[in-house]
Design a binder for this molecule. Sequence first.
Ligand SMILES: Cc1ncc(C[n+]2csc(CCOP(=O)(O)OP(=O)(O)O)c2C)c(N)n1
Ligand SMILES: [Mg+2]
Length: 758
Amino acid sequence: MSAIAKPIPARMKGVNRAEICDVNFQEFVRDWSGRADAKPSPGEAILEGSALDAGGFRELFESQLISRHLDLMARVLRVQNKVFYTIGSSGHEGNAMVARLTRHTDPAFLHYRSGAFMAERFRKLPGMDPIMDSALSFAASKEDPASGGRHKVWGSKPLWVLPQTSTIASHLPKAFGTAVAIEQGRRIGCQLPIPDDSIAICSFGDASSNHATAQTAFNAAAWTAYQKLPSPVLFVCEDNGIGISVKTPTDWVARNFRDRADLDYFFADGLDLAGGYGDVQAAIEHCRRTRRPTFLHLRTTRIMGHAGTDFEIEWRSIEELCAVEAGDPLLRSAAIALESGLMSKDEILGLYEDTRRKCFAAAEDADRRPRLTSLEDVMAPLAPYTPAAVKAEATRAADADKRIAAFGSEAKLPEKQPPRHLAIQINNALHDLFAKYPETLLFGEDVAQKGGVYTVTKGLHKAFGNRRVFNTLLDETIILGLAQGYANMGMLPVPEVQYLAYLHNAIDQIRGEAASLQFFSNDQYRNPMVVRVAGLGYQRGFGGHFHNDNSITALRDIPGIVVGCASRGDDAATMLRTLAALAKVDGRVTVFLEPIALYMTKDLYEPGDGQWLTEYPSPDQAMTLGEGRVYGQGDDLVVFTYGNGVPMSLRAARAIEAKHGWKTRVVDLRWLVPLNEAYIREQAKSAKRILIVDEGRHSAGVGEGVITAIVEGGYGARPFRRVVGADTFTPLAGAAFLVIPSDEEIIAAAADLAKNRA
Ligand SMILES: Cc1ncc(C[n+]2csc(CCOP(=O)(O)OP(=O)(O)O)c2C)c(N)n1
Ligand SMILES: [Mg+2]
């Protein structure tokens, strides 16, 4: 006999699904007609056979209700402009079980549907108020303890919930990185900020589990476990069967993850606290005990659409909508409360209304609190810089005995050696960083035994061992995710991206993630790092585009980061000290851009002149952020440049002086992000003519920034020319040199300026 579909009452066909779910719950409780057991004591199983006791159930149920009423409140107050976010947690309230069964010191990287998880985690510390804290975040209040009003985000410093961006899946690599760091920190003797047996928790949706950034984290975790290395990360896939409007194929998540090698799969029903609790517990205990990556597939549903703006009624059938809403986990929780005899109908409805009242009262209160009203306030946590402390830290030498141990003997200290080229001095500076900071880690592709493809990291592995210098799997996203993880656990990561061209496929880990953490957490969380990137053009006999990439623009517009580019060995050493100090003192994300073509360059003007070799600066010297290096005193022509442009411009300047009789000055900017506009103007002030030599691309490159600084400084009337890379990819062999500036072009640009008598 075929089932006869029940007619859907008119009330249920309404447009406002939040109201319908709200009424559904109340009607469900009122109309419940089952038989109640005798009231259980708090320590008794909530239902026969359940791993959850009655006391625990009650708290979880309360957390679920807080989460639900925050959602309902947001829908009502959004239209009054008191709340600015309506992506809810309804249908996902089972994630409170994960919070209950983990510790508040287990770092959590959460999906945006984590209201119940948060409410439950708030119980772990006394005196905290999940409703008010959440309301402040919904209201974008300056007093929002998670982000200071910058983002509606689940976050808490005391509860170890690191705020996440809205980019789905982008948090999985750093969650994995944090798990690895928990284990590795102990091994290198670094004091962790959390207990040694902590695990990293990471939740995300079913659709997000397909994302490349998620997949690479699963892969990296499994790759690690396969080698019997620990990575205690709990991946929680909150499977509601849909991503905005795209359905996940039935059983896809189970099928995709159930049998993955070295990713241990558990399923739990997140719609049923009594039924799901034991399975959630099993997954968490497994992760903590075995230190293996664990995949918890948590069944959820999505009530009230993707967000307040998603009118599901317009694109889904009413029958389907009603069926989804009938699976509301709060109906199941109410039924458990009633069946078990724990709560009466009136108690449940009383608690429901009481929670509603609290959420609305908190939201109204939050609406009266101050919001961010000045640009200065908004940007305050973005790029902290305390120059005196940075200078003091950068010029603080490592203990003499540690340096001697790092370099082998006193006689081998680099400052006692003859002048050397860039690659050697970077290598020396890295040794020094390792001697100075025992929490430094260097990792990337081929950096360990081989010492990098250009031998820049040679000897570090031998000197400091596997635990501090190691090869990663081949994935830049993971390299940068690891960096964030180590930073979260108090270490100083120095990840290497082998070529600038390969930064681009992973750049969101800097742009969206690492660089934004300080901003979105109101400077409560920092992930300091020094990212080494080898790049730029002019390599002879090797290359093509991918080894000669000159796209610096991708880094230029990332707010808050620092990018330095040293063209000679002594500058590299003093710059690295400052980058590390910026990371240590101010928590900054810094990038050290290494010009590959200058690694081995020894001569400047003539073969054999050795003029591009430099002495190693003593360890009490450091470069000030933003300060360039000036060659020559002249004003007839001032050349602004960086990287390979520096030696080229110096050579060209000699020819230009000879030809035009001009006294020149070549300014190596050294710091590319942020550009020091005041410094550029100072240098431009007395210039009679200006040349900008920029090996990056024509569009949106460093040169554009220099010109803007000059023009905005009021010096735009000076005759100027720009010699700059073309807007093209770099071809192979000799043709590569056609697309980037040359000595001859610089000389020609000066000749052109000479014709300009203005
Ligand atoms: C990288 C990225 N692409 C697209 C989006 C837009 N977006 C936000 S949520 C979402 C669907 C996510 O679905 P799922 O992972 O199943 O989570 P759910 O919302 O169902 O809980 C999409 C496409 C995004 N935030 N990030
Ligand atoms: Mg989903």
